[in-house]
Structure formats: structure tokens, C-alpha cells
Design a protein around this ligand. Structure first.
Ligand code: F6P
Length: 326
């Protein structure tokens, strides 16, 4: 094993419910295995400006149930430059940090990969993002909780949609991915999901209307993945107003409510397993890998694969949604 005495841990990018459970697991598992642990605040920004304190087991007490991240998070422009990374490396040397565990999404792991290669540092990533868009892992930390939040919000909107017999476009997050929209639609019994993955293949709105998406009901709920391609829920509603003015349309954008709240049991367990696995990975001499979960088994995915490969949506789910919305 590389000579690791002290492990630094940070969260970066958009926060996700379950990040705290992961911080707790990394910290406790590291201490259990004899490492010193340092908590780095505000992601890579804090690595540059040295916002770092030693973490002991009680620094992570009573946080497993909390949403957000006690380490705070940021998207650091400076870390994207070689100069910024050089300062970050100096801080690591000053603080005696020999290895890093980075909890975050696509952008955060891209930064981790470049940094690890430039300075030959053992870095392990943990996928923490509500978007579920990292290749090589069935789910990411925060995705399940966000799905539940979406489901509960849609359940409420359905009451008013049914009462007024309206068509609702509900926009959900996901950056460029439709996982939240598609599975959120299935979980909430929505009529359809409009997702960026099939944007170029088919006019999803036209298909919806032509298929008579209100066959048996006078109200409809369509989940729209945020996307520049589709113009999101607003873009869809504008089109309906112009092209199908017979419908009474409303738009709800769920926004950052999807990122908050206490993590679900699933996310707490996933984060706990992944956090412990990150320390196992370092002890296994693994570096530049993301911890993933596939068929309930922990796996190591090289950063390059996790970031570069596009995670495909399960097209069977589109069909299921179509069938169930008759
Ligand atoms: O990656 C998580 C995410 O919530 C995306 O779904 C969304 O596009 C983005 O972050 C929003 O970022 P911000 O909070 O910086 O506006």
C-alpha cells in the first residue's frame, strides 16, 4: 500500500442528500483503520485556501440524517486552472494529506482525475449527485431521496391538476440526464416524461399529443427534464399554447427543493457502504477510481470511464411508462 497516513475528504459540486452519511462513513472507517482524517471545507476552493480541520469520530456524530453537507460545497473555477491546482497541492503537503476522497458528481470527479494525474496522488471518488448520471454505478448518492421528493411533490400537484382538469408540465433537475424525470414519472403515475436522451430521435410532445395522452383522464402530468434542448417545462408549455391551444396548461419548476431534505434509508445505506469502500480502495492500493454499485456489489470504476462514458437510460422504462399511462 502507498504510504498513506492522512486522508483528506471533501464534497464538491451540487450537494446531494446522503453526502453527510458518506462523510461519516469515510471518517469513521479511516479512523478505524488507523488513518488520520482531515475535513476540507468548501470543496476544492477550501483545498486552495486551506480551510481544513482534523476530523475525529465526534466531528461526524449526529449527521447521518442531515441533508446537505457539513463540509459545505462549491464549484471552484480556480481549481480548473493549473495554478489553482498547484496551490491546492501545496496545501496538501503543508497539511500532511497523502490521499483524497472526493464526494461529488461529474465535474468534481473530472477535477479529481486531473489533479491525481498531475501530482501522482491517490484519489478515490464517491458519486454524490441527485442526477444519477455517472457511468459504472447503478445509482448515485442522493438520487433516491430526490426521486422521493419529486414523487411527493407530484402527488400534491396531481390534486390540483385533477380538480381543474389541467395539463401540468413539471420540470425536474438532472442537468443533461433524464433519470429523475423518467423514474419520477413512473413513481408518481405521471402520464409521460420528456427527456433529453431521446430528444433528437422523436418529437416527444407531438408524440404525446398524437397518442392521445389524455385518453381516460381530463388532467395530465408530464415530467420534463431540465434541458436546453427541450427548453424545459416552460418551453413545452409555450409550444402547447401555440400548437394545441385547447389545453389549459400550467408549469411547476421544482428547483432546488429536489436537492434538500433528510436522506432516504436507501441513500444512507448506499453512502455508508461507499464511504467505507473508499477507504478499502485506498488500502487496496487503488487510485483514480470511483466507487460504484452494480447489482448490489461494490465496484471500482476508473475515473476516465465514469466521466467519459455516457450512462444510458433504460429504454424499457420508457415503454413501461407508455403502457401504464393509458
Ligand atoms: O448536479 C446537480 C444539479 O442539481 C443539477 O441537477 C442542476 O442542473 C444543477 O445541479 C444546478 O446547479 P446550481 O445549484 O449550481 O444552480
Amino acid at each position: 500500500m502507498a504510504d498513506i497516513k492522512c486522508v483528506g475528504i471533501l464534497t464538491s459540486g451540487g450537494d446531494a442528500p446522503g453526502m453527510n452519511a458518506a462523510i461519516r462513513a469515510v471518517t469513521r472507517s479511516a479512523i478505524y483503520n488507523g488513518f488520520q482524517v482531515k475535513g476540507i471545507y468548501r470543496g476544492y476552493k477550501g483545498l486552495i485556501s486551506n480551510e481544513i480541520i482534523e476530523f475525529r469520530t465526534n466531528n461526524v456524530s449526529n449527521i447521518i440524517q442531515q441533508g446537505g453537507t457539513i463540509l459545505k460545497t462549491a464549484r471552484s473555477q480556480e481549481f480548473m486552472t493549473p495554478e489553482g491546482r498547484q496551490i491546492a497541492h501545496k496545501t496538501m503537503l503543508q497539511e500532511g494529506i497523502d490521499a483524497l476522497v472526493v464526494i461529488g458528481g461529474d465535474g468534481s470527479l473530472t477535477g479529481a482525475r486531473i489533479f491525481a494525474q498531475e501530482y501522482d496522488i491517490p484519489v478515490v471518488g464517491i458519486p454524490g449527485t441527485i442526477d444519477n448520471d455517472l457511468f459504472g454505478t447503478d445509482t448515485t448518492i442522493g438520487y433516491d431521496t430526490a426521486l422521493n421528493t419529486i414523487m411527493q411533490a407530484v402527488d400534491k400537484i396531481r390534486d390540483t391538476a385533477t380538480s381543474h382538469e389541467r395539463l401540468f408540465f413539471i420540470e425536474v433537475m438532472g442537468r443533461d440526464a433524464g433519470f429523475l424525470a423518467l423514474n419520477g414519472a413512473i413513481a408518481s403515475g405521471s402520464e409521460a416524461a420528456i427527456i433529453p436522451e431521446i430528444f433528437t430521435e422523436v418529437d416527444q410532445l407531438e408524440e404525446l399529443i398524437n397518442n392521445g395522452f389524455r385518453k381516460s383522464k381530463n388532467s395530465s402530468i408530464v415530467l420534463v427534464a431540465e434541458s436546453e434542448l427541450t427548453g424545459g417545462a416552460m418551453g413545452m408549455a409555450e409550444r402547447v399554447k401555440k400548437e394545441y391551444p385547447q389545453y389549459d396548461v400550467r408549469v411547476t419548476i421544482l428547483g432546488h427543493i429536489q436537492r434538500g431534505g433528510s436522506p432516504s434509508a436507501y441513500d444512507r445505506i448506499l453512502a455508508s457502504r461507499m464511504g467505507a469502500a473508499a477507504i478499502d480502495a485506498l488500502m487496496d492500493d487503488q487510485r483514480n477510481v470511483m466507487i460504484g454499485i452494480q447489482n448490489d456489489q461494490i465496484v471500482y470504476i476508473p475515473f476516465v470511464k465514469a466521466i467519459k462514458n455516457h450512462k444510458p437510460i433504460n429504454r424499457d422504462l420508457l415503454n413501461t411508462l407508455r403502457i401504464l399511462s393509458i
